[in-house]
Design a protein around this ligand. Sequence first.
Ligand code: OKS
Ligand code: ZN
Length: 351
Amino acid sequence: MRIVHNPDHHRHQGRLEMFRGRLVPCHETPARVDHVLAELGRRPQGPVVLPDDAGLDALLARVHAPRYLAFLGRAWDDWVALDPANAALDAIPSVWPVRGFRADLEPDNFAARLGLYSFDAGTPLTAGSWAAARAGAACALTAARAVTGGGERQAFALTRPPGHHAGADFFGGYCFLNNAAVAAQALREAGAARVAVLDIDYHHGNGTQSLFYERADVFTASIHGDPRTEYPFYLGHADERGAGPGLGHNLNLPLPRGTGWAGWAAALDAALAALGTFGADACVVSLGVDTYAGDPISGFTLDSADYTEIGRRIAAALGGRPCVWVYEGGYAVDAVGVNVVNVLEGANAAG
Ligand code: OKS
Ligand code: ZN
């Protein structure tokens, strides 16, 4: 398995996120990737390579709205232009257009634009966020190329910030660019007629779901904490099955907070059966390890050994078809290295 490491991930380093009336230290830290890389040094799973961004900007424009990409590319400079003192602060939105407001017009005011293109106050935008996120999308693209003519069956995009909450024109949930969607689109354009995205992060992949909701060529499945009680709250219910040509091509498997291995593994088997029925030619896995019992912001109770079995089951179900693994959440920093590499080890053994 080829590992594509984002060398610019540390350039995104948010300081504080809004949580229940307080600004608290960000959970989504550079250590999350550093610990996985360190564990890969101890238990190598394949060559570690750097991303290649050839063709990336055109591909990004087929996943995200061009005006959103333009906004992200200059957001930091616009933030500092508001007030030079802002250079010492992260940009955090505090106003949003909800139902009935105009979303077609881009406000001249930067704070208003920041709200137009986001859905929470937990995702600080920093001086290096765009560089880190763009290099992360390049990792996803490079991983997709590795499994489509690049001589590998599996590849892992080892990157942060994560991506699965980011939609066509919005950031949130620590995500700016949807790396899994970039990989899925790249697999499609490399010739895979039917691509599946399997999201096993604790949180519903609302961005990924919305990007492919009306498409018949990309099947999306997500196993996650029930949005009635869990972030991102406003999407991820079982009755969301796709629309138009995509009807029947989205599967949500929400599980109650507290779910352990037995319940979670049954959902995984159901998702893998649905992928088989769909007839995916290639797969992208949004690999969050915030399903771990020790995760500070999540509510499932998987243990480290379970992750090996997850990798094994997914790779076995794919039967050698190309698979791109993309790092999403996971905040028990002392355990994320072991848990992620356990998945990759299980996948390598079965794939
Ligand atoms: C409120 C808490 C936000 C939770 C974000 C979850 C990010 C994640 N500030 N998504 O997969 O891990
Ligand atoms: Zn998550």
